[in-house]
Design a protein around this ligand. Structure first.
Ligand code: CDP
Length: 226
């Protein structure tokens, strides 16, 4: 039986998923969830606990911090969800270039993904979810009725990421950002567990030459029609 209260949006880094998913949520009156921010939160927590991330990451040390990490969402009065990491709002810290540098390595770990699955699935009890990530249509909600795979050309994605203040290091250029996101996409696509992949039944959208509103309209109309 298909799950009708989840709109799954997957795609590579900086493809516009968060902007689009937030607007689709506003339009349809659902909750926007960035699963990438949840992996970023674990990465930040590992950094705060001085776990070395440059060399091979020790799974036992990750297990230890996961047992002390509480990751939840709290709705503000406007109904927007904020990610709470051990009772602290972590909205901006997790978007730093430092966290971005290590997140794909942390997200590839077996224990991290196992920890995440149940936590992401249980969010469906909140109501209508517009959930974006890499494996929502393939692993987290393979039975979701509405699935989209959103991408854009590497140059367009690099420009979009550069335009997001605080998310790139000082002195970054389109070329340097394109290189960073290409590296992350490669790690995300090649990992063994839950790789970045279009679900067979997802609708493919190349947003390189589309406005945000055009993409939002396409998703909401498809979701209403299907
Ligand atoms: O916003 P951006 O496209 O840069 O990435 P993000 O959505 O914040 O995701 C950050 C990283 O988390 C990705 O590069 C993946 O390594 C990981 N991720 C994942 O493995 N599975 C997901 N469902 C979502 C993110």
């Amino acid at each position: 039986m298909s799950i009708v209260n989840v709109i799954a949006i997957d795609g590579p880094a900086a493809s516009g998923k968060s902007t689009i998913a937030q607007k689709v949520a506003d339009k349809l009156g659902g909750y926007y969830i960035s699963t990438g921010n949840m992996y970023r939160a674990i990465t930040l927590f590992a950094m705060q606990n001085d776990i070395p991330l440059d060399s091979e990451i020790d799974p036992d040390r990750i297990d230890k911090i996961l047992s002390r990490l509480e990751l939840t969402y709290r709705a503000d009065p406007a109904g927007k969800l904020h990610l709470i990491m051990n009772s602290r709002i972590s909205d901006s810290e997790i978007r730093s270039p430092e966290v971005a540098k290590y997140v794909s390595k942390v997200a590839a770990m077996e224990n991290v993904r196992a920890w995440m699955i149940g936590r992401q699935r249980e969010l469906a009890s909140l109501g209508l979810l517009i959930m974006e990530g890499r494996d929502i249509g393939t692993v987290i909600f393979p039975d979701a009725k509405y699935k989209f795979f959103l991408t854009a050309s590497p140059e367009v994605r690099a420009r979009r990421r550069l335009a997001q203040s605080g998310e790139t290091a000082a002195g970054s250029t389109v070329a340097s950002v394109a290189k960073e996101i290409a590296l992350r996409d490669e790690m995300d696509s090649k990992r063994k567990i839950a790789p970045l992949k279009k679900a067979d039944d997802a609708i493919f959208i190349d947003s390189s030459d589309m406005t945000v509103d055009e993409v939002v309209d396409l998703i909401t109309s498809r979701a209403r029609r299907k």
